[in-house]
Design a protein around this ligand. Structure first.
Ligand SMILES: NC(=O)c1ccc[n+]([C@@H]2O[C@H](COP(=O)([O-])OP(=O)(O)OC[C@H]3O[C@@H](n4cnc5c(N)ncnc54)[C@H](OP(=O)(O)O)[C@@H]3O)[C@@H](O)[C@H]2O)c1
Length: 258
């Protein structure tokens, strides 16, 4: 039975643990580092609390790393890593090379899940895509394997876009409430409109442009709003924000932003 350890038990790890528990992974298969939310989650869910990071590595086959990026390498270096173990890093912008020497002879893998893992709805990118990890990742939502680390970094920008989408949902809710909708109706409407847009693109085969064109009736409301957004430079601002995130992710990795 595969045992999953956690080093860096903060906000993200809590959502991953919730997702795995929800999907039926037994609490007995997990072991937590004692820092951060570790003690609280161990008590709440009946998960083993390790004495230190060494004990996490000793007790697990797959170790999820979710410290802040700046703490990542130091958190896993010098522990008793074994051949055949996997270190699964969710730390944004921390390259495999930096982890490889710290966890040898274990093998590092990168994933980028979203907090929606807690409800089984995280699109989770992975590189490299290892068969041993797949059964665990699919429990958190759709798995998106990437063909190389530079592509993985580009895909990581989506983890920031996830937050921007929530900001847009909040703006939509605020505007509707200011116009007289109830908070509950405005929130539900704003959120499920984004879900509907995403599901149409994810689940229908037509090109995105075709799906959008079918919404943009000449002289209609969608066209009117799009022209205001375009006049205000929203598409260019969006691209600049994506470029800025990618530059931050790749700074210091030696890889040029693609
Ligand atoms: N939050 C998200 O939605 C999200 C999504 C995708 C990826 N990520 C990635 O996930 C990572 C964690 O993000 P977060 O938001 O969960 O951060 P966080 O809430 O600050 O959690 C980080 C945890 O790491 C612990 N930690 C630091 N050094 C440690 C060490 N040497 N040994 C054991 N634990 C240690 C901290 O414990 P102390 O409190 O004791 O310092 C803290 O509990 C980041 O690298 C981020 O890029 C986050």
């Amino acid at each position: 039975m595969t045992r999953i350890g956690f080093i860096g038990v903060g906000h993200l790890a809590e959502e991953l643990i919730a997702g795995w528990l929800r999907s039926g992974v037994p609490a007995e298969r997990m072991i937590l580092s004692p820092r951060g939310h570790g003690r609280d989650l161990a008590e709440r869910h009946g998960i083993t609390l390790a004495a230190d990071n060494d004990a996490v590595v000793a007790g697990a086959d797959i170790v999820v790393l979710a410290t802040r990026p700046t703490d990542a390498v130091a958190a896993v270096a010098g522990l008793g890593w074994r051949a055949g173990q996997l270190l699964v890093s969710a730390c944004a912008g921390v390259p495999l090379d930096a982890l490889r020497s710290a966890v040898a002879p274990a093998a590092p893998v990168r994933i980028m899940p979203l907090t929606a893992a807690s409800i089984g709805a995280s699109p989770t990118t992975v590189y490299p895509d290892l068969p041993a990890l797949r059964p665990l990742l699919v429990r958190l939502g759709p798995v998106i394997p990437l063909a190389g680390e530079a592509q993985f970094e580009v895909a990581t920008v989506s983890a920031a876009i996830y937050g921007w989408a929530q900001m847009l949902i909040g703006l939509g809710r605020d505007w509707s409430v200011a116009q007289g909708l109830s908070e509950q109706a405005a929130r539900q409407l704003a959120a499920t409109t984004f879900v509907a847009a995403g599901r149409m693109v994810a689940e229908r085969p037509e090109p995105v442009e075709e799906l959008l064109a079918s919404l943009v009736t000449p002289g209609g409301i969608t066209e009117r709003g799009l022209s205001v957004l375009s006049e205000d430079g929203v598409p260019q601002g969006w691209e600049r924000a994506c470029d800025a995130v990618l530059a931050k992710l790749t700074a210091g990795s030696g890889r040029a932003p693609g």
